[in-house]
Design a protein around this ligand. Sequence first.
Ligand SMILES: [Fe+2]
Length: 158
Amino acid sequence: MARIEWKAEYETGVAVIDEQHRNLVEIINRFEEALQKGKASRQANQILNDLTGYTQEHFATEERLMAEAGYPHLKTHQSQHRQLLQKVERFQFEFNAAGRRITAELHEFLGYWLINHIQRDDRAFGPCLAGTESAGHAEDAAGPAAGAVREPVPTAHD
Ligand SMILES: [Fe+2]
């Protein structure tokens, strides 16, 4: 897979999410560059770590905005995020701990899941979130995670 070029059809219409998606694409493109330059192990590993961290952040933002907007498919979307993250984390583990070489197939997989998820799943919430206040402004989106994080409800002990 070559560089991923951002297309209008990837836009969800939610400014902060689109910004983060562009950043994710950029990280995956840096990963591709590192692979092409033959900086296979160390630099690509670092980029893979960056990607995992940024993906976690990004999913948290999306889930917070979906919760705020009362998006009806939040739970399904959350489980899709969990599955994607588990795959990326497994790759990260294999390449960091098991010392496997990072291959172009990994890059292809990363590009595929990202674009596929954005096009199929993320664009579905665009209309629901676009009208909410914090969704439109990148600087507001870093605010407290109201309702997005499921805190365990403390039970009363007697
Ligand atoms: Fe998503």
